[in-house]
Write a protein that binds this ligand. Structure first.
Ligand SMILES: NC(=O)c1ccc[n+]([C@@H]2O[C@H](COP(=O)([O-])OP(=O)(O)OC[C@H]3O[C@@H](n4cnc5c(N)ncnc54)[C@H](OP(=O)(O)O)[C@@H]3O)[C@@H](O)[C@H]2O)c1
Length: 443
């Protein structure tokens, strides 16, 4: 379909706002339940779309709601907002474009779509005088997108850090509490419905980096693509790492971080990786599938948002809050006698894309698993010294099997690229039973 800035039909904006849910799965069902039970006065559910829709019908949705298995019924209707909850890039992107072009606003929880195509879709919405709400795409029910965009609009944010993937946090906190192996914690998360049958999207960091890309855009005004963000998997973590971390006054979390270059360059430091965090940090206190986002601003300092990062009901709250926000602002425009607004609900960062660098200087924790023999520490110390890296301390838990001995070296602050070069050389030694595991130690 040709994209045009004109041609959207004039609609009667008198409340209630007519809402179509597209995708009646976990979140779609919860959105419908809130709209039917709590019934915000501004909103009226009129359509539910899903493929093979008959198997989705539920008795608690009122009879005036049209159930349909054809998306054309939604796109050609006079609904005011389409709520996209099918996920993925295709056909979601196409349906959202068509909804905007036919004079409908859109609310979505789709992090992949917003992180990859958000700027273009927001620009199309702006041209059409429509809105896109995507609060639910990051940290589920935590109002972090509006918190950054509106609540902290008066500050100049330069850092965002957080726990953005509840599945990883569930796995790591289970390993922390029970000293379970990684695979056992993943299995329990799968049995409880917290992890997918293939958990790679979560444990390898791809889910979190999509959310980090959105936060970097809305909070730091940095134009980046999620694939530019370096990800490191939590699958290398073993139960023994929590024992050593505790000796250092720390625990381990999957941390997503983005920080603007303070020298004003168009570059951003960003990565998603497991890291040691001090027990006193808010990040360490995040348990189970909860999420947390910490921002740092030039004037306001640190602000923390936390709560349920996923699940049908919390995510649906974010969706319905976006719907109410759009309906109220449209009502206000109507009251002022303006039918269209070119002001997007969320600001769109402009200008050229930021360069993303996965490089942070920090102290490091490195766990080696070796066949024990004299001289190992001396060999490692020589290589670290050759790269200008200072050893801080060496830890070894008593009573380990000498044929598979784990021990930890902590290193003074160095960049991760220098450490990786040193470890590249260290990997050539024949005493390793498995490759060394290095984690930054966050302060
Ligand atoms: N669940 C959460 O906790 C959570 C949290 C934050 C954000 N989100 C986001 O919310 C969105 C929805 O997630 P969800 O957990 O509700 O997913 P879900 O349970 O899999 O529901 C998706 C629904 O959309 C339908 N659907 C999928 N592709 C379709 C297609 N091509 N045509 C027609 N119908 C289609 C599915 O139908 P079938 O039953 O036939 O497959 C299903 O009913 C995703 O973008 C997700 O990332 C979810």
């Amino acid at each position: 379909m040709k994209e045009e800035a004109t041609g959207a039909p004039r609609r009667d904006r008198v409340s209630p706002f007519k809402v179509a849910i597209v995708g009646f799965g976990t979140v779609g069902r919860s959105v419908a339940r809130i709209l039917c039970e709590h019934t915000p006065v501004e909103l009226r559910l009129t359509h539910v779309y899903n493929r093979d829709v008959e198997r989705k019908r539920v008795s608690w949705v009122p009879p005036h709601v049209e159930w349909t298995g054809s998306i054309e019924d939604v796109l050609s209707s006079n609904v005011d907002v389409m709520v996209e909850l099918i996920g993925g890039l295709k056909p979601a992107e196409n349906w959202i474009r068509r909804a905007l072009l036919s004079g409908k606003s859109v609310v979505t929880a789709n992090k992949q779509l917003i992180s990859q195509r958000g700027p273009e879709l927001l620009e199309l919405a702006r041209r059409q005088g429509e809105r896109i709400g995507f609060e639910a795409s990051v940290a589920g029910g935590i109002p972090v997108v509006s918190g950054l965009q509106a609540g902290l609009a008066g500050d100049q944010l330069f850092r965002v850090a957080g726990i953005l993937n509840g599945t990883c946090n569930y796995i790591l906190t289970r390993m922390e509490a029970s000293r379970w192996p990684f695979v056992a914690a993943v299995k329990e998360a799968q049995d409880l419905g917290f992890a997918e049958a293939n958990p790679a999207e979560d444990v390898d960091g791809y889910d979190a980096r999509a959310k980090l890309a959105i936060l970097a855009r809305v909070g730091l005004q940095c134009q980046i693509h999620p694939s530019d963000i370096v990800c490191r998997s939590i699958s290398v973590i073993e139960a023994i790492d929590f024992t050593y971390a505790l000796r250092l006054g720390c625990t381990i979390r999957q941390v997503s971080r983005a920080e603007k270059d303070v020298h004003g360059e168009a570059q951003l430091f960003a990565c998603v990786q497991p890291a040691l965090v001090p027990l006193s940090s808010p990040l360490a206190r995040v348990q189970g599938s909860q999420n947390l986002v910490m921002t740092t601003g030039k004037f306001g300092g640190e602000t923390v948002f936390s709560g349920h990062g996923a699940g049908g009901d919390p995510t649906a709250v974010a969706v319905v809050s976006d719907l109410i926000g759009i309906a109220r602002s449209r009502r206000e425009l109507d009251r002022l006698g303006r039918s269209k607004s070119k002001n997007a609900i969320y600001r769109i960062p402009r200008g050229k894309s930021h360069r993303v660098i996965g490089e942070f200087a920090s102290s490091h924790y490195v766990r080696f698993t070796v066949r024990d023999r004299p001289g190992i520490i001396a060999s490692l110390a020589t290589i670290f010294s050759n790269y200008g890296i200072n050893i801080d301390a060496v830890f070894q838990e008593p009573g380990s099997d000498k044929s598979r001995l784990p021990f930890v070296i902590t290193l003074e602050e160095c960049s991760n690229s220098v450490l990786e070069s040193a470890l590249g050389e260290i990997k050539n030694f024949d005493f390793h039973v498995q490759p060394p595991v290095s984690l930054p130690i966050l302060v």
